[in-house]
Design a protein around this ligand. Sequence first.
Ligand code: FES
Length: 112
Amino acid sequence: MSTADAELIASSLVFHKVGSAEALRNGEPIGAKVGDQAVAVFLVDDDIIATEGICPHATGPLHEGEVEGRVLTCPWHGWSFDLDSGVCVDDPCLHLKRFPVQVKGDDILVGL
Ligand code: FES
């Protein structure tokens, strides 16, 4: 994808408030819905990472998962996902969608 294509996609996104930065800093991942899209947001080191909120294995709630290092483990059956790439460690054919994030004041916004 060219830089121009990436900029065009970014400019067509709408950013939605999904939670607060303070909650993330207090160790509370965000689980939210924007329309039909479930979203999960994690603070990993100093990075805020937003992914789809429903596990592609069998619909587990990913915001309730455990994050260790930069790997998220689903609470239902323990499958793990690399949060940087979205790729499932247990089945590389599966991956999580990731979404761009903006922070405005204390608001966390996710672009869809
Ligand atoms: S629902 Fe997530 S590992 Fe099964």
